[in-house]
Design a protein around this ligand. Sequence first.
Ligand SMILES: Cc1cc2nc3c(=O)[nH]c(=O)nc-3n(C[C@H](O)[C@H](O)[C@H](O)COP(=O)(O)OP(=O)(O)OC[C@H]3O[C@@H](n4cnc5c(N)ncnc54)[C@H](O)[C@@H]3O)c2cc1C
Length: 271
Amino acid sequence: MLQNFSYLAPETLKDLYAVLKKGNGKVTILAGGTDLLVNMHNNWISPECLVDIKKIADLKGISFNPKTGLSIGATTVCIDLINNKDVKKHYPLLAEAAHHIGSPQLRNRATIAGNLCTASPCADMGCSLLALGASVELGSTSGTRVIALKDFFTGPKKTQIKKDEVLLRILVPADMAGARSGMRKLKRIKGHDIAVASVAIARTAKVMRIGVGSAAPTPVVTADLAPSITLDKAVAATEKVISPIDDVRAGAEYRRFMVKDFVEQIFAEIC
Ligand SMILES: Cc1cc2nc3c(=O)[nH]c(=O)nc-3n(C[C@H](O)[C@H](O)[C@H](O)COP(=O)(O)OP(=O)(O)OC[C@H]3O[C@@H](n4cnc5c(N)ncnc54)[C@H](O)[C@@H]3O)c2cc1C
């Protein structure tokens, strides 16, 4: 049974910021609720107040500008990304990653921002957005700040978001538009399941990055690699950033093996 909580649904960012500031950490942001409500239902968390952000116009929508890149508003759900023509044309890796998330019901509800804010090591949008060199814009009464996604995750389920902040939008750089890319996700079953290991690679004429999920305490990414890098060196760069563990879903050695295998598979396609 769900515990009692109050519910607010501001319609402007100004009102949201005020609620978050006044709540002083006792107010929890509700987006799609696909993580939050499961956690509440299981009594793992018991927020006093939920603040629903879905009515705020400033947090909606996806826009693309060839000079500044892609902006993904905080209330964008997976299916919006999958169906967006600019995403399909310029950043197909993101549509592919969003397609890996859960079931059709889930993809109609779960937000991309929520997937990052949950900060699960296996978050499917994590490795793909890291490979594309994305950053996140955070806002509060103190103003806005932009953080590179590679610095956003600080541990399992932990991020740099302060108590009074909201993730406003995800920014993907213009110079990654048109990148050659690919993603692989290993699951325990053929149906929908979270990743046992996942790899996403994006490569332009100037840079290549390899993002990895479920193989470290957070989604991780290699340093910027030369697009002409050899496969052996790309594998070595990937192994440098992962630190897989044994858990109920897989052993560390299996994860390590599959990450290498996925790098090899995607490398063969895009290099
Ligand atoms: C059956 C099932 C299958 C799933 N399968 C997958 C899968 O295959 N791959 C995968 O990666 N995930 C999977 N998930 C996890 C989940 O659906 C995603 O993490 C989802 O994207 C979270 O988004 P949401 O909008 O539902 O977030 P919510 O549940 O609303 O919020 C999640 C957390 O983020 C915070 N938050 C949300 N938005 C913001 C914001 N803008 N600013 C600050 N904080 C914010 C909330 O306060 C909360 O702590 C699955 C979940 C379920 C229940």
